[in-house]
Design a protein around this ligand. Structure first.
Ligand SMILES: Nc1nc2c(ncn2[C@@H]2O[C@H](COP(=O)(O)OP(=O)(O)OP(=O)(O)O)[C@@H](O)[C@H]2O)c(=O)[nH]1
Length: 389
């Protein structure tokens, strides 16, 4: 699950560790930066250093080459300005002095310049993983804030600092709006009505069945109500799950009023002491306006206790966009993200809560009825950072 994202976060950590090591080496060994003999370099040596400075422009990470180039540039009037600027930054600027002073007292500093490349790489990695833009920016800001200018005793390694920064940044965006689903169910007056929204084919019907089983495991009875009266075959599909699980199902004819079906589900639950009504809805109508006005009608007629949006993790940015649209139209309370077991990117899992302001409550992790897991932000982040092994 989310292995691609996991790899990318890991390479960010390695990048920063490498950069910090180089920075610490520079601070520790200032003598390496300046070789007196270079000051009297003849024309041939100057040429060689110029060649090096070109290489430095191509690859900023070679600080000692930049320092050598700077020294030669100082002696060579024909050198261009930008070369010496580069060198100043990396070898003799106030940053290096500060860093050297900190290092001498057993502390390490990571500066903005050190992080520029790794952060850029991280941003690209997050976007490639389908993390939504505003979410990626929030993560980068938190990581940068945590790391830059942080002077710390060497009891915390760079690796640990990066991990703390990534952990905090990811938990911040993933846990937006989080609440305890089980507690909400336990405390609510029965019957509780939960309506499921989302487009067709993402695992909505299967998720209703899984949730019915999840509730049964916790001692709650449930009835299914098929409010997807639009799609041919929807009754049969939910019926099949109800039969498999031995649950009562309420259906109307195709083309009927979805609000009326779910209303009947509530009446049935009240009359038969059933704890939870699980109401499916259409994932597609003639127009999205029709779809949204249908959801509004269900809201008016049934006043559900919870509206859960269902989408598949593998849809990435599309799932994030749809979550936003459905939330705008029907004020969702949370998301069930299916097919997490076959999603490498993790972008939807990282982005949906931040974008909608409503939490992911469950992950679908397979095709079996037992394959539904409460969403635990801390656990997911530990897993992404490889701390669960
Ligand atoms: N791997 C995996 N497959 C899943 C998961 N959830 C659902 N599926 C599969 O996805 C397919 C579609 O699921 P459905 O529940 O039929 O989809 P749906 O959204 O209800 O479709 P409509 O009823 O058309 O809205 C089925 O083959 C499910 O077994 C999951 O968490 N992981």
């Amino acid at each position: 699950m989310f292995d691609g994202l996991k790899d990318k976060l890991n390479s960010f950590r390695e990048d920063v560790e490498e950069t910090a090591e180089e920075a610490a080496d520079d601070a520790d060994e200032p003598a390496d930066d300046v070789d007196e003999s270079t000051a009297s370099a003849d024309a041939a040596e100057t040429e060689a250093a110029d060649a090096e400075s070109v290489a430095v422009d191509d690859n900023d990470s070679d600080d000692s080459a930049a320092a050598a180039a700077a020294e030669t540039d100082a002696e060579t009037p024909s050198s261009d300005e930008s070369d010496s600027d580069d060198a100043d930054d990396s070898s003799s600027g106030p940053g290096t002095l500060k860093r050297a002073a900190a290092f001498a007292t057993g502390k390490v500093i990571i500066e903005e310049d050190d992080l520029e490349d790794p952060l850029w790489e991280l941003e690209m990695a997050l976007l490639e993983s389908d993390v939504e833009m505003s979410v990626a920016e929030e993560i980068l800001d938190t990581v940068e804030e945590t790391m830059i200018g942080e002077t710390r005793k060497q009891v915390e390694t760079t690796g640990e600092l990066v991990e703390r920064a990534l952990h905090d940044a990811l938990v911040d965006v993933i846990s937006v709006g989080q609440f305890d689903f089980d507690e909400r169910i336990a405390e609510a007056d029965k019957p509780i009505t939960i309506v499921f929204t989302g487009v067709n084919g993402v695992g909505k019907t299967t998720s209703i069945a899984k949730l019915s089983e999840y509730l049964a495991d916790r001692g709650y009875s449930s009835v299914m109500a098929n409010g997807d009266t639009y799609r041919a075959g929807a009754n049969e599909q939910l019926q099949q799950h109800a039969e498999n699980l031995d649950r009562k199902i309420i259906t109307h004819e195709q083309g009927g009023d979805p609000a009326a079906v779910i209303y009947d589900g509530v009446e049935y639950a009240e009359a038969n002491d059933v704890d939870v009504v699980l109401g499916d809805t259409a994932g597609r109508l003639h127009t999205s306006d029709d779809l949204m006005s249908q959801l509004e009608k269900i809201d008016r007629v049934v006043d559900p206790d919870m509206t859960l949006f269902v989408d598949e993790a593998v849809a990435g940015q599309d799932a994030v966009m749809r979550a936003q649209e459905f939330n705008d139209a029907a004020a969702i309370d949370g998301t069930i993200l299916t097919k997490a077991d076959v999603d490498a990117s993790g972008g939807a899992a990282i982005s949906i809560a931040y974008v909608t302001g409503k939490p992911i409550l469950f992950l679908g992790t397979g095709q079996g009825y037992e394959h539904i897991e409460p969403f635990e932000p801390e656990e997911l982040v530990d897993q992404l950072l490889g701390n669960d092994e």
